[in-house]
Design a protein around this ligand. Sequence first.
Ligand code: AMP
Length: 636
Amino acid sequence: MSRYAEFYRQSIDAPEAFWAEQAKLIDWKTPPQQILDASNAPFVRWFAGGTTNLCHNAVDRHLATRGDQPALIAVSTETGTEKSYSFKELHAEVQRFAASLMELGVGKGDRVLIYMPMIPEAAFAMLACARLGAIHCVVFGGFASGSLASRIEDATPKVVVSADAGSRGGKVLAYKPLLDEAIRQSSHKPESVLLVDRGLAPMALTEGRDHLAAALVEKHRDAQVPCTWLDATDISYTIYTSGTTGRPKGVQRDTGGYAVALAASMKHIFDGRPGETYFSTSDIGWVVGHSYIVYGPLIAGMATLMYEGLPTQGLDRQPDGGIWWRLVEKYKVTVMFSAPTAVRVLKKQDPALLKKYDLSSLRALFLAGEPLDEPTARWISEGLGVPIIDNYWQTESGWPILTVANGVEQTRSKFGSPGVPMYGYKVKILHEATGEELSGANEKGVVVIEGPTPPGFMQTVWKDDERFVNTYWKSVPGKLVYSTFDWGIRDEDGYFYILGRTDDVINVAGHRLGTREIEEAISGHAKVAEVAVVGVADALKGQVAMAFVVPKDGAALGDDQAALFLEGEIMKQVADQLGALARPARVRFVSALPKTRSGKLLRRAIQAVCEQRDPGDLTTIEDPGALQQIRRSLSP
Ligand code: AMP
């Protein structure tokens, strides 16, 4: 048996012994009393009775051994700034932030919503929450007021931490007006808002509620705020993700299990070593940002490079398709993490840029978030000359489910496959309708995980255990298994291939969006009677959203000018409510949508027509003419 196969087997056959060993990778104030409690399936409690703190493990633990080494390197090609913080400096900054939050009344269990661009204060705020035992809820800065409002409503934060603005490609995006509008829309009102003023956009402050971070932080310059010791099962954070309904789900994570899972993944999967530099190009608003910009690398004693800007713009704000590689050279990055879409963007740049810098420090590039197509994988693999490691996981899992664990044993990757199940994950392929296990090679089914789920995996849906069980664990008939809602197959060597979602979730440039959320934003438009949104294959972004709208009056159907105008209005409405990310690539007008006789929208048939595929079995369709209309509406 190969070394990894044996490692995996131990994790499945003797999970308590396996994870007790992994638990030694982090510091505990008091050791766990019980490694695994799976008595209330599908809920799992890891390391109960043990007390620890994520911020202690990410920062304080390293002070004695590597206090003067870099911990956080913040680079912004938007503002042309570059700043490095040692572990000691990070420790001081986090305590200042923690003291500021304490002054605003934040304590253990309170929620703090963080709506921030990729600036160091965002990491200070997250770590400060962890230090205090407050639950952070980071909302991606690209979301607009509607998305933000629903998250404020659900998380009921005591404090919101935000900034005047973000910037993308030199374009300033003012956050404060979006935040003010979101708070206005939400029935929950945070007591305080803590604002970082970057000097990018004017901010109107609300007396008594809004505070400038600089003033508070300065006041607490010398603050010493000890870590609050939390039970391993106490909540560290929630992060919202899209599902099949219009209402986002708050994925809730514990403290001790998460810390152990990250420490173990840094060793066994990423093979990142203390004193080295880790560079993830993601954003703190996504799970990758939580696990592998902030917590994972720091827990491993690595410096983390936090990057604000496009992959094609230099520090002098001039076009520079080699900026990432320049940073790899400068900071001797050993482990890098990005997304296939970003690589596809770079493919349009001069390939000589990949050879211009000394990339000898780099050991591997990890790519995740969406399917990695073979041409892109080959292009970047040949260009960089380092292993490209596809890894498959979800917001829910917190760390990779499928990949190769090169820290355990050098394992061959196969193009097109993210790899094999990671230790702790019992991954199966089941028949969608019967729930029967498909154990033959290349049989297509739903990818599921059998409990108990490993440390780091979501505990539940925030405030909604029932939704957690019903959504994730009851979708396969007759079995209590966690559904990933992805189609997959496994080949004869045990490598998995992911073939797209089984639900109405789409993946635009590695970002997960619910088509229902976009439909809800569109149907709120006064001129819209009905709408269907589907994800359509796109060469650059993987998928884009496409909307088919039945207008209330016929003007947009017969008149190109009217259609163009309404398309523009609808796109703006989506961007204003949800953010530019969710804006459909195209809006087309039809007089009816294809539905079954029972009134169910045939989204998969619409998607097939858009991708010029066979729409499949249409015996249940109410009006075949509606699908014809979709087809016609696509011709230019
Ligand atoms: P998110 O929760 O936003 O990380 O999105 C998770 C979803 O993205 C998964 O359920 C998959 O549909 C997709 N995904 C993530 N990583 C990969 C990958 N390496 N290959 C294929 N699909 C992926």
